[in-house]
Design a protein around this ligand. Sequence first.
Ligand code: SF4
Length: 223
Amino acid sequence: MRKNSGNNGPILNIKHGILCNVYDLLLNELGPQYWWPAQTPFEVVVGAMLTQQTKWTNVEKAICGLKAQGLLEVQALAEADSALIEELVKCCGFYRQKASRIKAIAGFFAENDVDTVFSMQVEDLRKTMLSLKGIGNETADSIVLYAAGKPKFVIDAYTTRMLKCIGIKGNYIELQGMFESSLPENVDIYKEYHALIVEYSKTFCGRKRCEECILKDLNKNGY
Ligand code: SF4
């Protein structure tokens, strides 16, 4: 099991509760992840929509193809031929639906300046994203956090499973509330924490390495 030596990830200054302990354990184990891997906020938006129900490796392939065609620009994607977009995102599954949705959100940003939209208050921005077709809680919060750089904790299936293992259950909003009330309101911490959960889940949970789980003692301690 690899231990991170001398990590430089964002450090929690206020420490209380199990969710802070989990963060420390994950950061120590995996080291900083520095998400989201994208060059522009709009690339984050497109990636957040494409990643629904597929692996990130498929998203990377699609992003690469879109970039090569110059379609990671708002106006270009909004005006692009639907068949071409479908071809480029085919590797992500549900490609007709995803092509139509990324074209639609490009259309939204073509009519509403990205910087202006992302300067909205967190809750207003979240509501605006949720009002767009194909955007649910997880995608909206990924956009708010990673594209707009505003403090909204992202919950996904990995997070829900991990928390269940340490005895914490709840719906999306309840779990999000637990993180946000336990952690300092810090965008870098929120970004890093979600990335660590994803990485840990892929490396340990997904490979059924539960015997080696660094979180199991937390559960034994009665959390
Ligand atoms: S490694 Fe296993 S026990 Fe640990 S969080 Fe993942 S699924 Fe749960």
